[in-house]
Design a protein around this ligand. Structure first.
Ligand SMILES: Nc1nc2c(ncn2[C@@H]2O[C@H](COP(=O)(O)OP(=O)(O)OP(=O)(O)O)[C@@H](O)[C@H]2O)c(=O)[nH]1
Ligand SMILES: [Mg+2]
Length: 232
């Protein structure tokens, strides 16, 4: 089974430098960097390491997923964001889940033995909103086991599964759209617990309010699509 590691990068020079040596590059047939328009030296950094970097004609993290898939050929795809949130140790664990039959393997921030970025805070708004979106997706669309983190983008996916889902979201909610559509079809989604680290440097591209609204829009779109199928 061939494997592609797809790095999603938009001005992540600090995390990229600190994490690079911990990436298990030798275990992959292809490594591709999808750049969202970095101006902080991230592109030059990866090029200096001999990696292929492709840019985006259309903006957005969702589009970056599609660009990554279009520019690789391997049957297993792992999406990794080098900003500090994602533990490189989990990369091969996700691949192993696919080896063992999973269609999608998600690094969950909300399982036993997991940690999410906000766990040390009293008010964990982002985590709560994430869990609420996940609960709604499970109630409405789940066919198999309960998925604890439908939103984390740190995941591995079979190429055929990614292509079959026909994802059209351009921004952050692509992960939610992927999870919901996979739940609807009944694809085998497996999760592993992950310890979410803090951002190592640079700035978040995820603005909570518009991204939250984007998730609502994706959810509504998926409900409407299901209603159209069920209603005469
Ligand atoms: N290629 C590409 N990468 C992106 C784009 N937007 C965000 N990213 C990357 O996607 C990853 C996740 O983005 P973040 O801004 O960290 O979002 P987040 O993890 O929800 O927010 P934090 O909690 O602040 O880390 C990072 O590695 C970003 O560099 C984009 O438009 N294109
Ligand atoms: Mg992040």
């Amino acid at each position: 089974m061939s494997r592609a590691l797809i790095l999603l990068v938009y001005d992540e020079i600090v995390g990229s430098r600190l994490l690079f040596d911990r990436l298990p590059l030798q275990a992959f047939d292809e490594v591709l960097v999808v750049d969202g328009g970095s101006t902080d030296g991230s592109v030059e950094f990866y090029q200096s390491k001999g990696l292929k970097v492709v840019g985006q004609e259309v903006h957005g993290r969702g589009e970056a997923f599609r660009v990554g898939v279009r520019n690789t050929v391997s049957s297993q795809l792992v999406f990794y964001s080098p900003d500090g949130n994602e533990d490189p140790e989990d990369i091969l664990k996700l691949c192993r889940c696919l080896d063992e039959g999973a269609d999608i393997a998600i690094a969950s921030r909300f399982m036993k033995k997991s940690r999410n970025e906000e766990d040390s805070q009293l008010l964990r708004w982002r985590a709560w909103v994430n869990m609420a979106f996940t609960a709604i997706a499970n109630v409405l669309f789940r066919k198999g086991r309960y998925i604890t983190d439908t939103i984390n983008g740190f995941r591995a996916v079979r190429r055929g599964v990614f292509e079959a889902l026909n994802l059209n979201e351009c921004g952050f909610p692509i992960e939610y759209q992927m999870s919901i559509r996979a739940m609807k079809v009944g694809f085998n989604i497996v999760e592993i617990p992950t310890i979410e680290g803090d951002r190592l440097g640079g700035e978040s591209k995820c603005r909570s309010f518009p991204v939250g609204m984007g998730h609502l829009k994706v959810l509504w779109g998926e409900i409407k699509a299901s209603l159209k199928k069920w209603l005469p």
